[in-house]
Design a protein around this ligand. Structure first.
Ligand code: GLP
Length: 246
């Protein structure tokens, strides 16, 4: 487990973008697994700036989204697709045929999960998987209790995770309670994984996930078993870790 700990979120974004750019420079046709959320927004902004300055070329990169909401049209402002479109794909003019999201409008969602998993395997698997962490330890929509051997599947989103995203919906609008997500087994199969967190609201869960027991009660704890994990934190998110990491 490798740690990168920065002074503040601005330095954090630069460090996280450098990790992704380093992967793409080493292997221009990399397959990247992309997370969405407040954590990754500054990372994508920093990456877009690097791409625009010509410091890194994403034209041969393939991306797979980590998760997506069930029951929303793709262009609803809350979907992972539209968020990534706004923050990254559109800004960086990524080739659209290199971008993969599960189709959560498919009639047979179980078949779509299998197809997504197969598409990922056909592309050779993920070289670098970006991962945010929920305050309850979730990865993607793998909420506490999800089996460690899960593949891409339809997941129930907990009430607490729904609340975090409430601002993306109009008052009275029905918020999705299900999502399609890469499974925990799929996630740890990535050749390299980056656990990303900044801010004091992630302090307790980062320590629990990385230094507590490895248990499905804390899905992100499975990352302790990843042979090639980089953890990128700011001082606030790292504050609960034992001294040896800080
Ligand atoms: C969400 C998503 C995850 C994301 C995580 C952290 O609900 N399903 O993919 O990584 O929670 O979100 P944030 O970065 O906004 O804290």
């Amino acid at each position: 487990m490798q740690f990168v700990i920065t002074a503040d979120p601005a330095a954090w974004a630069a460090a996280a973008a450098a990790e992704v750019a380093g992967q793409v420079k080493a292997r221009p046709d990399s397959v990247l697994g992309l997370a969405t959320g407040n954590t990754t927004a500054p990372l994508y902004a920093a990456l877009v700036a690097m791409i625009r300055r010509g410091e890194v070329d994403f034209s041969r990169v393939t991306t797979f989204a980590l998760d997506e909401y069930v029951g929303l049209p793709r262009d609803h402002r809350a979907t992972c697709w539209s968020r990534l479109q706004r923050e990254f794909y559109g800004q960086a003019a990524l080739p659209t045929d290199h971008i993969n999201h599960p189709d959560t409008q498919a009639a047979d969602l179980a078949a779509e999960c299998r197809a997504y998993e197969e598409r990922l395997a056909r592309c050779g698997g993920v070289d670098l998987q970006l991962l945010g962490i929920g305050e309850n330890g979730h990865l993607g929509f793998n909420e506490p209790g999800t089996p460690f051997d899960s593949l891409t599947h339809i997941a129930e989103i907990t009430r607490e995770s729904m609340l975090v995203r409430q601002a993306s919906y109009a008052p009275g609008e029905r918020q999705p309670h299900q999502g399609l997500t890469l499974g925990l087994k799929t996630i740890v199969q990535a050749r390299r994984a980056a656990l990303l967190a900044w801010g004091s609201n992630k302090r307790a869960i980062v320590a629990r996930a990385l230094e507590g027991p490895v248990t499905p009660d804390v899905p992100a704890s499975i990352l302790q078993r990843h042979p090639n994990l980089v953890v990128i934190l700011d001082e606030s998110a790292a504050g609960g870790l034992g001294r040896r990491q800080r």
